[in-house]
Design a binder for this molecule. Sequence first.
Ligand SMILES: C[S@@+](CC[C@H](N)C(=O)[O-])C[C@H]1O[C@@H](n2cnc3c(N)ncnc32)[C@H](O)[C@@H]1O
Length: 368
Amino acid sequence: MPTSSLPFETAAKGGARPPLKIAKRLIKRTVTDLFEKTGLVVISKKTRDRIVQMSPEAAGMLWVPTRPAGPGRALPDEVARALDPANPALADLKRRYADHPATDHVQWDDGDIEYGVDMASFRGDNLYVFQTRRNSEMQYYLSTIYVAACDQLDAFVKLSEDGAFGAAVYEFDGRSGVSRDLLDSVLEMNFLERQIGLSEQTGLTVLDIGAGYGRLAHRMVETFPTINRYYCADAVATSTYLCDFYLKYRGVQNKAQSVPLDRLERTLKGETIDLAINIHSFSECKRSVIRWWLDQIAERRVRWLMIVPNTGDALTSAEPDGTRQDFRRDIEARGYRLKAMRPKYEFSTSMQKFALYPGTYFLFERAD
Ligand SMILES: C[S@@+](CC[C@H](N)C(=O)[O-])C[C@H]1O[C@@H](n2cnc3c(N)ncnc32)[C@H](O)[C@@H]1O
């Protein structure tokens, strides 16, 4: 008698295989074929996390969740109420921002914020400042060595970090309170000091566009007594709101203030702005929106403009169809010329390769 050739029966030892085992094999084969054809590979969460830990630069090639960490330590009731996304003051700001030309967002719409920012831990790893994602403690250590060695302002020694509102904080060789907020701010301030000698100027006024929760504002007014006023502007109501909260929380509101978008023109009327700053923000905006902000800068004849894109050394916008457009010519068309373009880790090509979130610093100056 010929043996049966039905798929669910085999001549393997022990006779017929259980259907579940065969189904599993079929699924495994189909999925393997699919991966071969598509070039995709699925690995376990544990393996993925080990890869990221050992080689953080590989994280960009993996699918790593980007949801923010939840609230860190418990907040006092009053603070928790202020940081409740349902806060009526925030709702009012959102309503006022709705039809403004600068709020034509590609990123940073309500859905992005709901998914990417936990207000109670707004200084945690989130859309404002990436911290633990794609970076290891080792990269923090490298950046710390670099910052400590190159900080001409002594800001790294003078400024502190308490990890409030979820900021990721490290300790190296007895130096506690190392965060990306602090490291990046110190590097940006040193760049400005080298380029325009901020500590030598007098009565400076700064306009920070896309100022986030006020990271650099807080650090700048604590470092440079030469700054008279530091205005934080943003086209995202949640950012304006958090920035106002944070600057007051840090007690620097006498110099640094978060200006609602619909009151910006009124607030800046008659002011001479010396320096405009845009960090990791224009790269997340449409070119039409960037042009709107550049018009504000040019109309006020702001002397210096510092830009840090999050697109390497390209000054490009983010368009709804996924393309990017060069906006450097928009800056130049408004009467600015490039004064400096430097790697973030200017004095070490190896740090620029291996340390925390490398980037490029641009400084433009009005030509006349
Ligand atoms: C990645 S965060 C950077 C925050 C801050 N500059 C820093 O370095 O800590 C990007 C910022 O750009 C702001 N932003 C997004 N769209 C904007 C727009 N159309 N105009 C101005 N700012 C915008 C966001 O609200 C957020 O504050």
